[in-house]
Design a protein around this ligand. Structure first.
Ligand code: PLP
Length: 489
């Protein structure tokens, strides 16, 4: 956290953050000491681990403190001027501030800041597009009253009433997200889905193949965006394809919103000027509170604003207030520097891994994440993820394109740089991190099941190797303390 005050020498008066958190923990301890202990332990765990989860970050003390107050006690369904509850004038203020910062930061016509998460933001967007194109009478004709009561046959009827709507999105093994029309998510029940993948030779998005799929499938929604694709997406080309087939272009920028906010993704790679509707989380590279957001043009604004109560529970005013604070932070010049360093660090990490002989999907990265193919080390993603964790390196396993090990064991590990960049890591240190990862991967051997058959989960990593990696990681982390202004004593 580069912008934070340095740690205080013993005897110096505590920082405001230290005072605030010590007082908060004392109050919590008076009611349920085990929760106070868990909060303190979580800070210690986060301080001591090399966090490379591409979707995580560290929000500032200002963002975190904004969530712990009486805004949490308010009901505020609806939007300003159309609330279902009285007494919401202060909620109106923070909601308007968050929306104003979001519009200014991203250059959007309209911002809806109520979604509780990325999944919720996507659901708001899906219903908004359906509502505009298909309209509510179709729901009545399908006899739908309570969405939660629908069985598979009801969904069939509903889809028929909606005119059998379709969604085209990136396949899961190419880096797409479950909410882009896949079965375990409601989007896979609301829409008939088809996926576009990546070129098997390069791992890169093949726009001609996307165009061919769009022409053949004629989706209502063409969705772009990803959780595990390490390259840029040309949103101008995606819009061209959407227009050609009469689709709405929706971009889910949950992962890379911070790179858009920080001015790293511009022109054809900035989704906001090209998409009809953009969704995001606020807690990944954007470094805000856990939550979601929808940006759209004027044609969808009215339907988007009906998100609550259409598909969302009551808004979380304390989180909307924290979104306003985080977005204000992201409008500061330091955030542009942060976003640039996130990408520089990802490139240094990728180069360090390649140089040492680890295979990367697409052969590198242009954004904040790197996808390792660990099959060359004779490991599954699950074995690699567990061995790395033993050595104090926190990552997550992830499928690679056409993954022979499926989505559970996988052949890949996804790593990302937003969190370590927030701590202040630079490119030379990311190269060292690549060396630590390489040491673990080359020192781990796959294990066997009790029957003697090869196991996709078991592995062996010598404790002295894991220990050496952990102590080097601790030295690196010690150079960049997390929340240096907070001393819980
Ligand atoms: N969209 C994308 C592209 C994501 O990567 C994720 C989360 O990983 C989500 C949506 C869902 O976000 P949330 O966990 O806040 O619901």
């Amino acid at each position: 956290m580069a912008a934070e005050p340095a740690p205080q020498p013993a005897g110096a008066s505590p920082t405001p953050e230290t005072t605030a958190y010590r007082a908060a923990l004392e109050v919590i301890r008076g009611v349920e000491p085990r929760v106070a202990d868990a909060v303190g332990a979580e800070l210690a765990d986060q301080r001591e681990s090399l966090k490379l989860i591409a979707s995580e970050n560290y929000a500032s003390p200002a963002v975190l403190l904004t969530m712990g107050n009486w805004f949490s006690d308010k009901y505020a369904e609806g939007t300003a001027g159309r609330r279902f509850y009285a007494g919401c004038r202060n909620v109106d203020t923070v909601e308007a501030l968050a929306a104003e910062h979001a519009r200014e930061l991203f250059g959007a016509r309209h911002a809806y800041v109520q979604p509780h998460s990325g999944i919720d933001a996507n659901l708001v967007a899906f219903w908004a597009v359906l509502a505009r194109r298909v309209e509510a009478p179709a729901l009545d004709r399908a006899g739908v009253r309570h969405v939660g009561d629908l069985g598979e046959a009801d969904w069939e009827r509903l889809r028929a009433a909606f005119g059998d709507q379709r969604m085209l999105g990136m396949s899961l093994d190419a880096g797409g997200h479950l909410t882009h029309g896949f079965r375990p998510n409601i989007s896979g029940k609301m829409f008939r889905q088809r996926s576009y993948g990546t070129d098997p030779r390069t791992g890169l998005l093949d726009y001609d193949a996307v165009r061919a799929a769009a022409r053949a499938f004629r989706p209502l929604i063409l969705i772009a965006g990803y959780s595990a694709y390490p390259r840029l997406v040309d949103f101008a080309r995606m819009r061209e394809i959407a227009e050609e087939v009469g689709a709405t272009l929706m971009v889910d920028m949950a992962h890379f919103a911070g790179l858009v906010a920080g001015g790293v993704l511009t022109g054809d790679f900035d989704p906001v000027p090209h998409a009809n509707i953009v969704t995001t989380t606020t807690h990944k590279s954007l470094r805000g509170p856990r939550g979601g957001m929808v940006l759209c043009d004027d044609t969808l604004a009215e339907q988007v604003d009906r998100g609550c109560p259409m598909v969302l529970g009551g808004p979380l005013p304390h989180v909307m207030a924290a979104k306003a604070v985080a977005l204000a932070e992201a409008r500061q010049p330091q955030f542009r520097d942060y976003a640039r360093r996130v990408v520089d660090n990802a490139r240094a990490l990728a180069e360090g891994l390649l140089r040492r002989g680890t295979r990367l999907v697409t052969g590198g990265t242009d954004n904040h994440l790197v996808l390792l193919d660990v099959s060359g080390h004779g490991l599954t993603g699950r074995q690699a993820e567990a061995a790395l964790l033993d050595a104090g390196i926190v990552t997550n396993r992830n499928a690679v394109p056409q993954d022979p090990n499926g989505a559970w064991y996988t052949s890949g590990v996804r790593v990302g740089t937003p969190a370590l960049t927030t701590r202040g890591f630079g490119t030379a240190e990311m190269d060292e991190v690549a060396g630590l990862i390489h040491t673990v991967l080359t020192s781990t051997t796959p294990g066997a099941a009790a029957s003697g058959a090869p196991s996709r989960a078991r592995y062996t990593l010598a404790e002295d190797t894991a220990g050496r990696v952990r102590s080097r990681a601790a030295e690196l982390l010690g150079r960049h303390p997390l929340y240096p202004g907070i001393d819980l004593g």
